[in-house]
Unconditional design. Sequence first.
Length: 231
Amino acid sequence: MAQINPSILSADFARLAEEAEAVRGADWLHVDVMDNHFVPNLTLGVPVVEALGRATDTPLDCHLMIEDPDRWAPQYVEAGAGSVTFHVEAAAAPVRLAREIRAKGARAAMALKPATPVEPYEDLLPELDMLLIMTVEPGFGGQAFLDIMLPKIRRSRELISKHGLELWLQVDGGVSESTIERCAEAGADVFVAGSAVYGADDPAAAVRSLRDRAAKAIASASWACGHGVGQ
């Protein structure tokens, strides 16, 4: 089953509670945390995540584009995040961090920047609940999808299947009605969409449309045959 996670990076930050309500029916609400060090942008932190958790019933998917996630990631679980993603490029001890996130009650996810290969981290995959393949350079919303990431998505799905893992494969960056089917065919089953949702006249309808497109592509994808997609 395809999951759509609208990114509040493309929402109106002055109306976050209303913007969260506007995508009711989404699977998760994607929260981009940027520190102006790991990436050249500054967004929000733990207090805003806590406030969002009180304002919406949609579970929070926090993507930490920050330095020292080993120190900070557990605080996002305590703030109410149901899933916390750290960048392997920034983590000092990714296995220990993933286990700590899980132990605190959230799903643990690891993100890879476009230039970071997935193969060196094959042995870490069983420690995760989700793998995030960035399909743009992290740091800013509204970027164009990088088609050169499609082979990396396929290789990631092959590694997940090789080990028989029920691991979600998320893509983030430039996901829209014109790109989501290619991502799904390549192996993704969780999709972060910012401008494609919050730039639409009806964000909730945009979520449904994206999910339908992705679900149809997954249903006919060779990687999904006989696989418990989205479990």
